[in-house]
Design a protein around this ligand. Structure first.
Ligand code: CP3
Length: 340
């Protein structure tokens, strides 16, 4: 691998500067992506390995990040399980038949992932070949809880109230669904790794909607199962948005790194995670709207606060669609200019 910074940081090795990539870097804000977006609908982009590869490479060539993340979506796993997912303009994900009772749950299958998600593995193989060992490739999956949020709520939501109500009123059904998602996710990630993913990230985007106690019941055990099942394969990053309360437990889980959002200070994150594990984050995505000199100053302060070792520079959540390309580039350049 020509650029091993991410892999070094995940191993806890000393580096000259930390690696940098951005969550959701492979879509959303790049003009070339917007052009493809006009031509092909969302799932066509995901299901066509040539398009997924082209989109994955854009931020490598245009922004200069230290890692690629495969263009896909966390929701493709639900589709493979027989749960229909549409992407509606102006709405986002829309699931016409949410899983709200036992009858719906009985229709949810444990798929043959090669049959249903082979296009993702093809995209990973094609991207690996196009990358030609320039930077590592990150594969990903949603945490079972975050996928349950969409499967039950049926669409995005500020608080996922119907998904939470389902868990609290029908915990046995919720756990059956969480287990089916977990089993499928493990099979899916094993194949993604076989196809060439160098690192895996688990996105628990809605973990922070649960209380610390409910997180232990409905989210964490399923993430731990995934970590255990993949142990000994590739490094795994767990990003739980709003999950600072679980950092201590996460730090003992076997994960190689933990994602931090911008509501937690570097100092608290280091303290809560025990000071040894690699951390990733946590620039407020909206802060990329600041003037470029301000972005650069704040990035340097952030590296100083986390320390250059055992650290991966990233945003605290996905990049926003309205970020100017030169601002995203300034974020990455500031890291490359860093000198301790
Ligand atoms: O870096 C990347 O962009 C790689 C690809 C990627 C997408 N989704 C593409 C996408 C990744 C890593 C995701 C993860 C994802 N998807 C998450 C976890 C991360 C997070 O942001 O919290 C979640 C919760 C989803 C579910 C999802 N998919 C939503 C809520 C939406 C609509 C709103 C949005 O984010 O744009 C999507 C659609 C989606 N996934 C788009 C892209 C580029 C936009 C739709 C389009 O391009 O037509």
């Amino acid at each position: 691998m020509k650029n091993e910074l991410l892999l070094q940081a995940l191993k806890g090795e000393t580096v000259d500067r930390p690696p940098v990539w951005m969550m959701r870097q492979a879509g959303r804000y790049l003009p070339d992506f917007m052009k493809l977006r006009e031509k092909y609908d969302f799932f066509t982009r995901c299901q066509t390995p040539e398009l997924a590869t082209e989109i994955t490479l854009m931020p490598i060539d245009q922004i200069g990040v230290d890692a690629a993340i495969i263009f896909s979506d966390i929701l493709v796993v639900l589709q493979a399980m027989n749960i229909a997912v549409e992407m509606r303009e102006g709405v986002g994900p829309f699931l016409p038949q949410p899983i709200i009772d036992q009858a719906a749950l009985d229709q949810v299958i444990l798929p043959d992932v090669n049959e249903r998600l082979g296009y993702v593995f093809e995209a990973v193989k094609m991207t690996k070949s196009e990358l030609n060992e320039r930077v590592p490739l990150i594969g990903f999956a949603g945490a079972p809880w975050t996928l349950l949020c969409y499967a039950v709520q049926g669409q995005g939501s500020k608080n996922f109230d119907r998904a939470k109500a389902f868990c609290f009123q029908e915990p046995a059904m919720a756990k059956e669904l969480l287990q089916k998602i977990t089993t499928t996710t493990i099979a899916y990630l094993r194949e993604k790794i076989k196809a060439g993913a160098d690192v895996i990230q688990i996105f628990d985007s809605w973990g922070g909607l649960l209380s610390p106690t409910d997180y232990q019941e409905f989210s964490w055990p399923y993430i731990q199962q995934i970590i255990d099942a993949l142990s000994g394969t590739v490094p795994l990053i767990v990003f739980g948005k709003g999950c600072w309360f679980a950092l201590q437990e996460m730090s003992k889980s076997g994960a190689s790194a933990l994602g931090i959002d911008w509501t937690c200070t570097a100092r608290n994150a280091r303290y809560l995670s025990g000071g040894q594990i690699t951390l990733q984050g946590n620039f407020d995505p909206s802060r990329l709207l600041s003037p470029i000199p301000e972005i650069k100053t704040q990035v340097k302060q952030m590296i100083h606060a986390f320390g250059k070792d055992r650290y991966i520079v990233n945003l605290g959540h996905g990049i926003l669609p309205n970020i100017p390309v030169d601002h995203a580039k300034a974020f990455v350049d500031a890291v490359k200019e860093y000198q301790s």
